[in-house]
Structures are given as C-alpha cells and as structure tokens.
Design a protein. Structure first.
Length: 244
C-alpha cells in the first residue's frame, strides 16, 4: 500500500511540474530577412518576460512582459512593458497553451519553445525590483511601488533586466543572457543588450548575498538580494534588489 501511495505521489508531482511553466524556455527561428533569432521566455512564480534577439549579434528585436496566471490551458498575461507596442501596457492578453516537461506551445501559432530549465539550480530564481543603491557608504532607497521600475527576472540559468515605466508606458532598456551562482559569486554572460551590442559576449562577476527580513507584526518576509561589483562600463555598483 505504501508503495502505491508513493508511486501516486511521485506521478502527481511529475504531472504538476510538467504543467508548471516556471523556468526558462527557448525557440530558435528565422526572421523575414534570414537572420537566426532566439526567443527566450523566463517565468518566475508571478512574472514573465520574453526577449527576441539575433543569435549572432545579440541585436534586440523585441521584448515584453508582466504578470501571468495559468488556469487549465489558458494563460492570462497583464502587460507591464512592451518595446514595440506601449499601448498594450496595462492590458490583459489571453491565449491557450500546451505544456509538458519539455515543450511549451502557444495554440494556434507556430510558437513552440523547448525548456531550458525549471527554475533550478540558480539561487536567484524569481522576479526582483531594484530597491536601493549604496553610494559613498550611504543607502539610497527606491520605492518599488512607484511606476518607474528596474526589474530583473531570473530562471535557474537565464536572466533579463528591464527598465520601464508602467504609468507613462515607456520602455527604457533591457539586457540578458545566462548566469551562474556559486560560493557567493554571481556571474553573467551577456547575450543581448538593447543600448549597446558591443557588450554582447561580456562576462561579469559580482558578489551576492541573499538576506530575508521578517516582520513579525505583519507576518511577512522580505527577500533581498545584495549585489556588488562592476557594471559593463566598468563602474562600481552596489545594489539591493527585493523579490516581487
């Protein structure tokens, strides 16, 4: 009896995980002018983003993202940023998907993505908002509820950062690629950068630490990512990111 229960538990867990989009997904396709493109989608537990860029040059073609919810086969996304269609910001986009442990397909389209990871093994899996900078030893806090946002969204192996404004619907910049976390070191490999294609291929290393702040009165915990190193321009950065 115990073996049957254990088998059913494992099977149920597999089914649930197979239907969970959290992680990173990739689609390789060709543009109208014959360029090979990568489309990479990252899902955290609450937010998602897609970046489409040329495989060889890293030139950004398109990016959009926001919150998501999946009920059965129906995905509902509320747009927070869109590089080409800012008028979509704040609106809901609804479509059906087919998903298993290997593929995610948008029904009625040619868009079929292969799974890159399921949120593991990166310590930083999730969506984060920049909440503070430390300059000259002084902490400069940012209100993460304001419409002007800088978000980083990470799966287990992929990352994307985006600067945007949900009130003005303006998109400012984005970049992303692959990352690793090991022994307090966070390493990025840049695959696309909307402001400067010359940064593509750069490898950046940072110190990182995750701290959890608990408010016993409100019964909530706040997860903060402390991020310190040098930017792609060589400038020192010391930032704090708060998980959404």
């Amino acid at each position: 009896m115990r073996k049957i229960i254990l088998t059913l538990t494992i099977l149920l867990s597999f089914i649930i995980n197979a239907q969970n989009p959290v992680g990173a997904w990739e689609r390789i396709h060709t543009s109208k002018n014959g360029k090979e493109l990568k489309s990479v989608v990252i899902f955290s537990e609450s937010h998602q983003s897609i970046s489409i860029y040329e495989s060889k040059t890293g030139r950004l073609v398109h990016s959009n993202g926001g919150t998501w919810e999946l009920k059965g086969k129906t995905m509902t996304e509320v747009v927070e940023f869109d590089t080409d269609n800012p008028e979509r910001v704040g609106s809901a986009v609804v479509f059906d998907i087919n998903i298993d442990d290997e593929f995610l397909e948008i029904v009625g389209s040619e868009m079929k993505f292969s799974r890159l990871d399921n949120g593991a093994p990166g310590d930083l899996n999730g969506a984060w908002l920049m909440s503070a900078r430390i300059r000259d030893g002084k902490k400069q806090e940012r209100d993460i509820s304001r419409p002007r946002k800088t978000m980083k969204i990470l799966s287990g192996t992929r990352f994307q950062w985006i600067a945007y404004n949900t009130e003005t619907k303006k998109f400012m910049a984005t970049g992303g690629g692959t990352y690793t976390t090991l022994k307090g070191k966070y390493k990025e490999n840049i695959e696309f950068f909307s402001r400067d294609n010359s940064k593509v291929g750069l490898n950046l290393e940072f110190d990182y630490e995750i701290l959890i702040k608990t408010d016993d009165k409100k019964l909530v915990s706040q997860k903060n990512w402390y991020h310190k190193g040098f930017s792609s321009k060589g400038n020192p950065i010391n930032e704090i990111w708060t998980q959404r």
